[in-house]
Design a protein around this ligand. Structure first.
Ligand SMILES: Cc1cc2nc3c(=O)[nH]c(=O)nc-3n(C[C@H](O)[C@H](O)[C@H](O)COP(=O)(O)OP(=O)(O)OC[C@H]3O[C@@H](n4cnc5c(N)ncnc54)[C@H](O)[C@@H]3O)c2cc1C
Length: 262
């Protein structure tokens, strides 16, 4: 093909929220895109997982990528308010630290957002079940990427003009480019989850939660205590997103993984 007419090609590694979003942005800018994702198939909606807070600029971008922009409203809940409060457990008192009535985020479940974005991509952009192996830069202009097709064990090679590392916080591409970079511990560990309370709307737990946090459904609650903080907001389809952070010294994850294996 005439080099001048050839579309520039990007290889995106990682087909989660960042990778799929990158694919949309690049396609909108006129690029040819292939996404390599090691997961065998597109994830389907699940009750467990994570909530994501989408800020106004991200909402605008996501709507511009969707065939039906209003689909974002249909599968997310508003987070109009951001309410930050402190709690003294001993005295059993709570007071407001800050309150933003124009927060204007939206609350999405990871799998719902992923489906929305993925289904709006042209077919064939994402290669599921492809494990990125390595890349090499042959001249200053092009990059050659190798990946294993997990099902067959074959290795494939893809040439592109741009490599995007959307392979998560432990990115192997970043390790290749920045071998000496050490991740910095943020000072706390976090647990998170999604409670599906459909069918249990009138359970004691949900009624008490709604009593303590009456604006769930439109509000992001950030709750600060001594040595801990947590985040609570409701998701579409009767699900509650919670994150609980505990300040603690950095755990030795490698040691814990080894002892879990034995
Ligand atoms: C407790 C907690 C709370 C959080 N809360 C929020 C929040 O409220 N809002 C928010 O925006 N973010 C939040 N985050 C962060 C958010 O989860 C991450 O920023 C987000 O998931 C990162 O998305 P990503 O697409 O960059 O990476 P990931 O979701 O980690 O995706 C990386 C992808 O790359 C693929 N991959 C990796 N290696 C390879 C390989 N060799 N070959 C092929 N594929 C590969 C993986 O399978 C995966 O699909 C939170 C994180 C934590 C831990």
């Amino acid at each position: 093909m005439d080099e001048a007419k050839r579309k520039a090609k990007a290889v995106v590694v990682g087909g989660s929220i960042a990778g799929i979003s990158c694919a949309h942005a690049l396609i909108a800018a006129g690029w040819d895109v292939v996404v390599l994702e090691k997961t065998p198939s597109a994830p389907i909606s699940s009750a467990t997982g994570a909530g994501l807070g989408i800020d106004p600029l991200s909402q605008k971008l996501i709507r511009s990528w969707l065939n039906q922009p209003q689909a974002l409203e249909f599968s997310t809940l508003p987070l109009t308010i951001d309410h930050e409060q402190a709690t003294d457990w001993d005295k059993k008192i709570t007071w407001t630290l800050t309150r933003d009535e124009n927060f204007n985020f939206r609350a999405a479940h990871w799998a719902d957002l992923h489906s929305l974005l993925y289904n709006a991509l042209p077919q064939g952009v994402v290669l599921w079940g492809h494990f990125f192996l390595s890349f090499s830069v042959s001249d200053a202009k092009s990059v050659k990427v190798s990946a294993e097709v997990i099902q067959s064990g074959d290795t494939i090679y893809i040439e592109g003009d741009l490599l995007v590392a959307a392979d998560g916080c432990l990115s192997s591409i970043r390790k290749t480019l920045l071998p000496d970079l050490k991740l910095r511990y943020s000072g706390y560990c976090a647990w998170r989850g999604v409670l599906d309370f459909s069918g249990n709307e009138n359970s004691e737990t949900i009624l008490q939660l709604k009593k303590a946090f009456p604006e769930l459904g439109k509000c992001n609650y950030f709750i600060l205590g001594v040595g801990t903080h947590s985040i609570l907001y409701e998701l579409f389809n009767k699900r509650m997103n919670w994150i609980w952070y505990v300040n603690q010294p950095e755990p030795d994850l490698e040691l814990q993984l080894k002892s879990a294996e034995t």
